[in-house]
Design a protein around this ligand. Structure first.
Ligand SMILES: NC(=O)c1ccc[n+]([C@@H]2O[C@H](COP(=O)([O-])OP(=O)(O)OC[C@H]3O[C@@H](n4cnc5c(N)ncnc54)[C@H](OP(=O)(O)O)[C@@H]3O)[C@@H](O)[C@H]2O)c1
Length: 349
């Protein structure tokens, strides 16, 4: 048997899921302060689809490149000066130190400061959901939205990866919750403790006014679009906060959703209506600016997973070599929760 090789999925050119190809290479060597991680589970996200489809985006790397913002794996080798983790220990972390990603791989090297220990007995596929989706949910619900026990929130995309995470954290925080989703996902939304609203057939502003009388305290919105955000603002009561965190509407409306959403939130900030639309840095930027928040919050979330207070919704576990299928699933829509890639090491664990 020859030396162990690394396999990683690379974007060979911009385009459909078929541009994701498997490459074989030598194992990466950890540099000073880095850890080589043998990946067990890697997250797939809407962000990955955008960087696969479109060239010339801010931060877009040269082809070929690897996607994947979040991983859980085993410490395989510590680089010089890396002393935090033992070989064989399970760790979780974000890959933003590498640019747009790098997680769709069997091995990758990450700075040890980006990694957090995973408690024993936890499924790596569930743990990987916490790194981007639950940190994003926590940041926008608590750190930016300042949602307090007893308040009402409206969560758009409530059956998606981020939406299901917001509902689980919202329930733990004692919030009264409403969530928009397609009709066939309403049982899931109800089971997570929210009143479902059909985004395809119902007017969510009218439903919220009918259900609450004066609106909600916080809207968490991963959908975007100028008209949509204007309507989100109308669903807020006085003193309410509109937290816009993503542009899932690009699937149907194209890339212009992001600048139009930015312009609308800017406009809403100028309105003297007693409501707020706080600035929302992406979670990756927020985590890099607040490393203590990142490590402490991820550790708390992992502990909550280990004690069964959190149960991430996983749309599907898909082998790494079938990453294109994972992108097709996400692009089709209709999935619930997070799509996770798993490696042979996960299957054999
Ligand atoms: N700011 C950050 O740091 C950050 C972090 C993570 C993610 N994000 C962004 O957040 C967005 C969502 O991510 P995700 O991982 O949750 O994606 P996801 O799993 O694909 O979920 C999106 C959900 O939104 C639903 N949806 C689509 N249009 C809708 C509408 N008009 N009203 C209500 N629901 C609608 C989809 O339903 P269907 O299946 O019926 O289409 C789907 O369930 C993405 O744009 C992502 O890039 C931002």
């Amino acid at each position: 048997m020859g030396p162990i090789k690394n396999h990683r999925v690379v974007v060979t050119e911009h385009g459909g899921p078929e541009v994701l190809q498997l490459a074989e290479e030598e194992l990466p060597e950890p540099r000073a302060g880095e850890v080589r991680v043998q990946v067990l589970a890697a997250g797939v996200s809407a962000f990955d689809l955008i960087y696969r489809r479109w060239a010339h985006l801010p931060g877009s790397p040269k082809l070929p490149f690897t996607l994947g913002e979040d991983v859980v794996g085993i410490v395989d080798e510590n680089g010089p000066g890396a002393t935090t983790f033992e070989d064989g220990q399970m760790v979780a972390g974000g890959t933003w130190a590498l640019g747009v990603g790098g997680g769709y791989a069997e091995y990758l090297c990450l700075p040890e400061a980006e990694l957090v220990a995973v408690p024993g007995g936890v499924d790596p596929a569930e743990a990987v959901c916490l790194v981007v989706n639950y940190l994003t949910a926590h940041q926008h619900l608590h750190d930016i939205g300042s949602a307090r026990s007893g308040e009402r929130i409206l969560v758009h995309g409530a059956a998606g990866g981020v939406g299901t995470a917001v509902l689980q954290l919202g329930k733990l925080a004692g919030l009264e919750m409403f969530g928009t989703a397609a009709r066939d996902q309403h049982d899931l939304v109800s089971s997570l403790g929210a009143t479902p609203i059909d985004y395809q057939t119902e007017d969510f502003v009218a439903r919220i006014q009918a259900l609450t009388g004066d609106g909600v305290d916080v809207v968490i919105d991963p959908i975007g679009g100028a008209k949509h955000l204007w309507r989100c603002n109308r669903a807020l009561r006085r003193g309410g906060r509109l937290v816009w965190l993503g542009s899932a509407a690009v699937d149907k409306q194209g890339l212009r959703v992001a600048p139009l959403s930015m312009a609308m939130t800017f406009l809403l900030r100028l309105l003297p209506d007693g409501k707020r639309a706080p600035r929302c840095p992406t979670m990756a930027k927020y985590a890099q600016a607040h490393p203590n928040w990142y490590r402490t919050t991820l550790t708390e979330l992992l502990d909550a997973l280990a004690t069964h207070q959190l149960e991430p919704v996983i749309a599907q576990r898909i082998p790494l070599v079938e990453a294109a299928k994972a992108h097709e699933l996400l692009e089709r829509g209709g999935h619930t929760g997070k799509v996770v890639l798993t490696t042979n090491a996960y299957q054999n664990a």
